[in-house]
Design a protein around this ligand. Structure first.
Ligand code: ATP
Ligand code: MG
Length: 349
């Protein structure tokens, strides 16, 4: 565990404590790219925490980061269709549109305008050092990073700070971006006067669920188990998951990451313990492990999947939620941008 991860984990624990004692002091923002439907990595890495915050009465602002789609690819694909799928996933998971603002950032001009002053607070060298941007570029096979990709962590600072959010439930890949947001907030406040909070990440137990190929589960990689998949599709995916040749199943996250990942997944779905599950499987090998995981995942997600099928029958629900969410996000962003202009001496009659 490196120092910056430790610091983020400590902040996350402090937020955790505050959820219990003072939920009204927290405002949550988090986002997903509309590059496909949500997968179980999202669910255990972030959505469970969003739902917990919602049920504790924290204000929930849920962003769909559509401009971020064209950071690591030239063609966005069916963005509108993917936004629709994401919304169905949110609703089926339990996000409540009565309590949560759900919006697409391209529909909020004042949010995007914050990018200009924020970019002036960050050096090119700093942007070029961001490890997640480098990794995503490598995954996408990009050798020449475009300007939007280089600067999207600052765009993300605008996403978080436009509503002055102070808690962001995310997976481990997002920590460099949260750190960048904290730096932007701090520098803005130093230069122009106290304006923005320095937000903290809320981390889950599973900060990096691996996909079927043994690398981070990601929509763009085809290594996912989607929330919306059928039980049969799920079984096929898990059957193809990478394991190792040792028939004795043991829980060893460092030595056997793929096997440990499957054990952890079963444990989360069964509300059990990965080492105990490993003992129970014993010499059963990869086949028995995968059978257990498939059963656990399908049982856990069955109610969510049934809800999703019902919701998908009425396309108008999604459109109505977006109209309301985008309107509210615009109101918040307009207020923040007016304050920013005032502080910067750019407020004109
Ligand atoms: P893409 O491949 O298009 O980047 P993605 O699967 O990485 O898609 P994002 O929309 O980039 O998904 O991420 C949304 C949120 O889900 C972020 O907070 C991210 O940290 C979290 N997340 C994504 N993948 C995982 C994972 N495998 N484990 C835990 N959290 C994850
Ligand atoms: Mg991603």
């Amino acid at each position: 565990m490196n120092d910056s991860f430790r610091a983020a984990a400590e902040r996350s624990a402090a937020i955790e404590a505050r959820i219990a004692t003072d939920p009204g002091s927290l405002r949550m923002l988090t986002g997903d790219r509309p590059t496909g439907a949500l997968h179980i990595g999202h669910y255990f890495g972030s959505i469970q925490n969003r739902l917990k915050l919602q049920s504790e009465g924290v204000e929930i602002i849920q962003l769909i980061a559509d401009y971020q789609v064209i950071t690591d690819r030239e063609v966005g694909g069916d963005i509108r269709g993917n936004v629709h799928q994401l919304l169905l996933d949110y609703l089926a998971s339990g996000l409540d549109p009565e309590r949560a603002t759900i919006f697409t950032h391209s529909a909020v001009p004042a949010l995007n305008q914050l990018l200009l002053p924020f970019l002036s607070l960050v050096s090119v060298a700093e942007l070029q050092r961001n490890p997640t941007v480098k990794e995503e570029a490598a995954t996408a096979g990009i050798t020449s990073i475009n300007g939007l990709m280089l600067t999207y962590p600052v765009h993300q600072a605008a996403d978080i700070l436009f509503c002055k959010a102070n808690v962001v439930p995310v997976g481990k890949d997002q920590l460099p971006h949260i750190e960048q947001t904290r730096v932007v907030a701090r520098r803005f406040n130093e230069r122009y006067g106290a304006t923005f909070p320095e937000p903290g990440a809320l981390l889950s137990e599973v900060t990096n669920l691996l996909g079927t190929d043994g690398t981070k589960m990601s929509k763009s990689k085809g290594n996912v188990i989607e929330l919306r998949m059928s039980a049969d599709e799920t079984a096929r995916k898990i059957k193809g998951a990478k394991t190792d040749s040792d028939r004795k199943i043991t829980y060893d996250p460092d030595g056997r990451p793929e096997v440990a990942n499957l054990l952890k997944l079963a444990a989360m779905c069964e509300d059990g313990d990965p080492a105990t599950i490993a003992d129970e499987i014993g010499d059963g090998g990869g086949g028995a492990l995968k059978g257990r995981v498939t059963e656990a995942v399908n049982t856990y997600f069955a109610p969510l999947r049934a809800r999703r099928t019902e919701l998908a029958a009425d396309a108008s629900i999604v459109d109505e939620i977006l109209v309301g969410g985008n309107q509210r996000a615009n109101e918040i962003a307009d207020t923040t941008l007016a304050e920013v202009r005032e502080k910067m001496g750019m407020s004109y009659p």
